[in-house]
Design a protein. Structure first.
Lengths: 92, 150
């Protein structure tokens, strides 16, 4: 019964997602919200504002630097978790 | 535990390849401003060079060169460099990670200061990623046994 209920919920979610898919803007649509607000500004101003020809790096490490700091901390926390779980110290 | 196994060809190749891999990692790091590359990719390359040494030689010999204590310091040190640059920007009167105010202490304009700030945080990311991957590999390969050096 619970399996059937889970199947039903999954199917309902899938149907909802598929139903809403045609409402998404097309790939590379210049009028979609994603390419009308911040994208043109980055493409036009990234080189003059940061002197970094690679726009991806400029967005990753300058405009969205806070996000990248979180990524570095995720890697750091993963290593700390491995150390705390796996490493066995010999106490003298 | 990865034990020592005498294989001249493997050891010689690993010894020859390691400096080139690490030089290429730095190249990838500094090329991040102009093409695909940056801290994460370069850090993985540095970690790959150390993992190659661990596999070709053994764990103890590699941790003599790159001790676990130094490894843990590098783990946190990279994140510290990243967050430290961000806090330095606050202390100089800007927002968090707003590198343009770094031009007050560097002899460059605000735009070049932003490029240098990007380079600084990429170096921090590289150190963290390299040390973390080597640390995880050592812990998994040694089953968490103490290897000394810390």
């Amino acid at each position: 019964m619970r399996k059937f209920l889970g199947f039903l919920v999954t199917m309902a979610t899938a149907a909802l997602l598929i139903y809403s898919t045609p409402e998404m803007p097309n790939w590379g649509d210049p009028n979609s919200p994603a390419s009308t607000h911040v994208s043109p500004r980055y493409i036009e101003k990234a080189d003059t504002e940061t002197h970094t020809p690679n726009i991806v790096t400029a967005v990753l490490a300058d405009y969205r630097s806070y996000d990248t700091m979180g990524e570095a901390m995720v890697v750091f926390v993963a290593a700390i978790g491995c150390i705390m779980l796996l490493r066995r110290r010999q106490h003298k | 535990m990865i034990k020592k196994h005498d294989d001249l060809i493997v050891e010689t190749l690993a010894r020859l390849l390691t400096p080139f891999i690490q030089a290429f990692a730095l190249y990838v790091l500094f090329l991040g401003h102009y093409s695909p590359g940056g801290g994460f990719q370069g850090g993985v390359l540095v970690a790959a060079s150390f993992i190659l040494l661990i596999i070709a030689f053994d764990l103890e010999k590699t941790t003599e060169r790159f001790s676990e204590k130094f490894n843990v310091i590098c783990n946190g040190g990279g994140v510290f460099i990243y967050a430290g640059i961000g806090v330095l920007c606050i202390l100089l009167g800007g927002n968090l990670l707003d590198y343009s105010v770094l031009s007050k202490i560097l002899p460059v304009g605000p735009e070049e200061a932003r490029a240098l700030g990007i380079l600084g945080v990429e170096i921090g990311v590289e150190i963290t990623v390299a040390a973390c991957l080597v640390s995880i590999f050592i812990d998994l390969a040694s089953k968490g046994e103490n290897l000394g050096g810390s």
